[in-house]
Ligand binder design. Structure first.
Ligand SMILES: [Zn+2]
Length: 469
């Protein structure tokens, strides 16, 4: 049994029940990082919202197949790799590792697939050939472009005035010989780019444009039509609009059925930028002494469709809120009274109903956390009047534990009984490799973990770890 979930669909601008094509599995694609620097906390707002969605779907009984791409070739990557005197692979490997460490710090579960763009060039070439066969492309100066005028539905997701686009100013026709200013590149050829950033294709040497990467990789792992596509609101136009155009023109099928977009993050009510000095990465925040738990709590606890104001004060509120929950859990462990579960049963039942109703209603995380704190308040009141038994306390703790499957930070942990972000990244890497039957890669991750004193044991219930004494 799965719990129905309503989610705002950007495509129709309405709340819609998420109905999977092949229940109980939900296949969804999230636009991942471009690996040329450390992602900032604003990027992680979207990635945490995506992770909360994933964990909610699992709680609601769905099977999840999540795909998050890694864009490991684009203008900036090529330029920065050249400046660093490195080739693509060595340059991007470091930044990919940084991203995986930040994911582990924020307890973002690893998606089922994290495909790299450079490992899917043949799929991209095949899609461009399909588009060409159907008359949606043209070539100019060695590059292949998508002809927007060939797709009447263009602009539907972003609600654009397409007439305006067709007649639009030819803003950058000097740079590219495009028929229309908004036509976008599918395959880019620049004669001065290094050979390690070029691939052979039937339509000439070059490299893929950014948009085609996501179309090719999402359809490879999820099929031509799939349930849900997720990303930050800044990707609606042109990236997602272009994904829809090239996918639907290539296949003749509907692409993603449902689109979810997370709003921006503001820092102290301002947009984040390097020039304003308010640009933070996750390691920056850790260095300033903020706990990973508080950062995740703040990112996860704001509704994804409302702007999130991130600042020192809001981080302190998050920390205080978490301490209330953690404080209760510590006290629950000390309860010794005998007897039945008593009032804890009703308190848990009501909190669970409110928690699930909130998440099922467009992933309303603030309301879900209000349900958590409601339970904390009632349990504290029962403790104060000495009417909580050991069994009742265990019931409350189990309920919080189950809710924590979504939020990931409600139970006190940290320190000894948790893997460090680097260790967690290796652990996840090994799980992923085993699933894909890439045993050499899995063994390499295990060896590195063991070198750090973490011993693994594979059991029928899953992989366990312990520190070597
Ligand atoms: Zn994308």
């Amino acid at each position: 049994m799965t719990t129905p979930m309503r989610l705002f669909n950007t495509l129709t601008a309405t709340l819609e029940t998420l109905v999977p094509l092949a229940p109980p599995e939900i296949g969804f694609y999230a636009c991942g990082p471009t690996v040329y620097n450390r992602a900032h906390v604003g990027n992680f707002r979207t990635f945490v919202a995506t992770d909360v969605l994933r964990r909610t779907l699992l709680r609601f009984g769905y099977r999840v197949r999540e795909v998050m791409n890694v864009t490991d070739v684009d203008d900036r990557i090529i330029q920065l790799a050249q400046e660093a005197g490195q080739d693509l692979l060595s340059f991007t490997a470091r930044h990919t590792r940084g991203f995986e460490e930040d994911m582990a710090t924020l307890r973002i579960q690893r998606p089922e697939h994290m495909p790299r763009a450079t490992e899917h060039i043949p799929e991209m070439i095949a899609l461009i050939e399909r588009l060409t066969a159907r008359g949606h492309t043209y070539t100019a100066d060695g590059s292949v472009y998508f002809r927007i005028a060939s797709f009447p539905d263009y602009g539907r997701l972003a609600r654009l005035d397409v007439g305006g686009i067709q007649a639009g100013a030819r803003v950058d026709t000097d740079k590219y010989d495009k028929e229309n200013a908004r036509d976008f590149v599918l395959w880019k050829f620049k004669s001065d780019e290094p050979p390690w950033a070029q691939w052979e294709a039937p339509f000439g040497r070059g490299r893929p444009g950014w948009h085609i990467e996501c179309s090719a990789m999402s359809m490879k792992y999820l099929g031509e039509t799939f349930d849900l596509h997720v990303g930050g609101e800044d990707l609606v136009f042109p990236h997602h609009e272009n994904e829809i155009a090239q996918s639907q023109c290539g296949t003749g099928q509907v692409f993603a059925r449902h689109w979810m977009h997370a709003k921006h993050l503001l820092i102290d009510s301002e947009t984040m930028s390097k020039s304003k000095g308010n640009f933070f990465t996750i390691p920056d925040l850790l260095e300033q002494g903020h706990a990973p738990d508080a950062i995740r709590y703040l990112l996860a606890g704001a509704h994804y469709r409302k702007p999130l104001n991130f600042g020192i004060e809001s981080l302190q509120h998050a920390k205080a809120a978490l301490e209330r929950v953690h404080g209760l859990v510590a006290r629950l462990d000390e309860v010794a009274g005998e007897g039945a579960e008593g009032a804890a049963v009703d308190a848990c039942g009501e909190a669970r109903a409110a928690f699930d109703a909130a998440l099922a209603d467009d992933l309303n995380t603030p309301e879900a956390l209000a349900a958590v704190h409601g339970l904390v308040g009632r349990a504290n009141a029962l403790l104060a009047e000495s009417s909580l038994t050991r069994a009742g306390a265990a019931r409350v703790k189990a309920e919080l534990q189950a809710m924590d499957a979504v939020f990931g930070v409600l139970l006190p942990g940290g320190g000894e009984d948790r893997l460090s972000p680097e260790e967690q990244a290796l652990f996840d890497e090994r799980q992923q490799a085993r699933k894909q039957r890439e045993f050499a890669r899995a063994d390499a991750a295990r060896t590195r973990l063991e070198a750090q004193g973490v011993v693994l044991e594979d059991t029928p219930q899953g992989t366990r770890w312990r520190r070597r004494r």
